[in-house]
Design a protein around this ligand. Structure first.
Ligand code: ADP
Length: 196
């Protein structure tokens, strides 16, 4: 395979299982393909504030992260077959909505030079279940990982359902194996791979 890398994004609220599913797909692809993982580390929701000006600055900072990620992806052209992103454009736009920065359609237009990924998987999960998984997870609980913030984050994502291209919504309330099998079927149906 020598074409441009196929860009597949794993998105959803915290605890929806993005990283878990990304790792499973990575482990399957890496035996036959060149795969790069791109991850955004900066969590804007940790800094979220009631002050719109401060939020605009935070949003600007996370905008820079997206631009850095887009540049990184661009430099991987021809060197990789797949780029798997743990969060990308959709997450950024969903957070913009949370900050009260609207309309998100306008922000999307301002970022016209970032092309839509080949596929964005949105892991749709019940907020209470996500919270349970976060509590069981073996790491520190972030400031924004509470019921209210996750509900808001989910609303931000849902706002994008109809306007975001190449999007597939995956029911993330199921077992790890069931979700993985849905993800694999989706990649085949979307012709991003012929078989696993
Ligand atoms: P995210 O990357 O979306 O924050 P993770 O993949 O880190 O979510 O998952 C959060 C926690 O939930 C982890 O401890 C993970 O092992 C667990 N987990 C992920 N998916 C499932 C699932 N389908 N069922 C039960 N537990 C899960």
């Amino acid at each position: 395979m020598h074409n441009k890398p196929k860009i597949i994004v794993f998105s959803g609220i915290d605890g929806s299982g993005k990283s878990t599913q990304l790792k499973l797909i990575y482990n399957e692809l890496i035996t036959n393909y060149r795969v790069f993982i791109s991850k955004i580390e900066y969590m804007p929701l940790n800094d979220m504030n009631k002050n719109l000006i401060k939020n605009l600055l935070i949003e600007f900072k996370s905008g820079i992260e997206i631009l850095k990620q887009a540049t990184e992806i661009h430099t991987k052209n021809n060197k990789f077959d797949y780029i798997l992103c743990d969060r990308y454009l959709m997450c950024y736009l969903a957070y913009a909505y949370l900050y009260g920065i609207e309309p998100i359609e306008l922000i999307r237009k301002l970022l016209f030079f970032i092309k839509n990924p080949d596929l964005t998987l949105y892991f749709d999960i019940d907020v209470n279940l996500a919270l349970t998984r976060i509590k069981e997870r073996n790491s520190e609980i972030n400031k924004h990982e509470n019921y209210e913030s996750l509900v808001q984050a989910k609303k931000g994502y849902e706002k994008l359902y109809n306007s975001f291209g190449n999007l597939e919504i995956i029911n993330a309330n199921q077992s790890i194996g069931e979700i993985n099998s849905n993800v694999k079927d989706t990649l085949i149906r979307r012709k991003l791979i012929t078989h696993f």
